[in-house]
Design a protein around this ligand. Structure first.
Ligand SMILES: NC(=O)c1ccc[n+]([C@@H]2O[C@H](COP(=O)([O-])OP(=O)(O)OC[C@H]3O[C@@H](n4cnc5c(N)ncnc54)[C@H](O)[C@@H]3O)[C@@H](O)[C@H]2O)c1
Ligand SMILES: [Zn+2]
Length: 373
């Protein structure tokens, strides 16, 4: 039986009301070939339109989802971040209009975070908003992007420049779909699971430590367990703070310096690899601020190393460039961001109701020095 997580959403007045105030995340092994029948049963009146990408199709997942059922689709090609721009969204809504689709449409997003972010954004703007169902197929998408309702695309200048919050009507996580994912992508995406454990659940961190061989072997039971943990943690945080006014910021743990490293590397480092460095950076900062015993860092570094993640900034990246990017962080106030830090493994630090904290430029500078290999 698939595990079912049901989450309630109380959306702020600022957010466009979605047709889905409450949605279900279905988690299971090899459930993909049952999802289409489930969607037809759940949404008999809605016309379906699929958004996916060429690699996901080549890996056989579209065929497993649909069998021989003919359904109009937009297949993003080339796959990946380079296609995450407004032109792709326009191509999708144009294709939907040409297929005579209207407000009674359900967009089915099958793929990684790129597909999910693009398809969710297209759903939010098509005819002022239609339903979207997310079927994530990467470790990033299953742990992170398919839940929480952030959608959008990049501009020529910055990542996720255009976007809206648009909650899915449902999420179907088939952990067996990860079997075909490239090893580097697979491992890097698991860093979001480490992040969830660090900010919210010490027992989950223990589980990741003890079950890493099974997770790396893509064992179904282990993957179901971590999918469930990730969704419960993310759902709880997002439910409390859907538009990231405060506590949702803890999901940015490791991301401030992580984003800077990712961007300065010209995206040579994968997001998860850069966030691993960012997590180590946050721990260095916590040590400088007398908030963390050294054993804590050792445990975190060991777990990240077991995922083959880098723990140091590659030599070629200039410190000045990193600091420049840190100053431009989306959440920066007066050109300096606040940092999410840990109080303990499994608990983000909160002081006076605030989850993001002031850290002096000097401490960040010293942290960066220590982070060079
Ligand atoms: N909305 C959010 O909250 C959120 C959170 C995290 C990341 N993101 C976004 O997600 C994007 C990254 O997502 P991603 O890491 O999943 O990358 P991706 O979607 O680009 O997928 C990476 C590659 O793997 C391929 N692929 C996907 N599933 C596969 C499978 N099962 N087998 C074989 N190949 C497969 C894709 O076709 C692509 O070539 C970024 O744009 C990021 O901004 C969004
Ligand atoms: Zn991330």
């Amino acid at each position: 039986m698939p595990v079912i997580v049901t989450i309630m959403h109380e959306l702020d007045v600022e957010i466009p009301e979605t047709p889905a105030g409450r949605y279900r995340i279905h988690i299971g092994r090899s459930i993909l070939d049952t999802v289409w029948a489930a969607l037809e049963a759940e949404y008999p009146k809605l016309k379906k339109f699929i958004v996916t990408d060429a690699d996901v199709v080549a890996a056989g997942h579209l065929r497993r989802l649909l069998g021989d059922v003919p359904v109009p689709a937009h297949i993003i090609d080339p796959p990946g971040e380079g296609s995450k721009h407004i032109g792709t969204v326009i191509a999708i809504v144009d294709a939907m209009e040409k297929a005579f689709l209207g407000r009674d449409t359900l967009i089915v997003a099958l793929g990684g975070g790129t597909v999910g972010d693009i398809a969710g954004f297209a759903a939010a703007i098509f005819k002022r908003g239609v339903n979207v169902v997310q079927i994530p197929t990467t470790t990033v998408a299953q742990a992170d992007s398919s839940v929480g309702g952030k959608t959008g695309v990049d501009s020529a200048i910055s990542k996720n420049a255009y976007g809206v919050f648009w909650q899915p009507a449902a999420v179907y996580i088939d952990v067996a779909a990860l079997a075909t994912l490239d090893d580097r992508q697979y491992r890097a995406g698991l860093v979001e699971s480490v992040k969830h454990a660090l900010i919210a659940d010490a027992k989950y961190f223990d589980y990741l430590e003890t079950h890493m061989p099974a997770i790396l072997a893509r064992d179904g039971a282990a993957l179901e367990h971590i999918a469930l943990k990730n969704c419960r943690i993310k759902a709880a945080v997002v439910e409390e703070d859907p538009t990231e006014k405060n506590r949702r910021r803890i999901l940015n743990f490791g991301h401030t310096i992580g984003h800077a490293v990712e961007s300065a590397s010209g995206f040579q480092l994968l997001h998860g690899e850069a966030v691993a460095i960012g997590i180590v950076a946050a721990e260095y900062i916590a040590q400088k601020m007398d908030m963390a015993a050294p054993q804590r860092l050792a445990r975190i570094e060991n777990l990240l190393s077991s995922l083959s993640m880098p723990l140091k900034i590659p030599r070629g990246l200039q410190k000045a460039a990193l600091i420049d990017i840190i100053k431009r962080d989306k959440k920066a106030v007066n050109q300096w961001p606040r940092f999410v830090l840990l109080e303990a493994i499994g608990r983000a630090y909160c002081r006076d109701g605030q989850w993001a904290h002031d850290v002096s430029p000097q401490i960040v500078d010293e942290t960066l020095d220590r982070l060079y290999a």
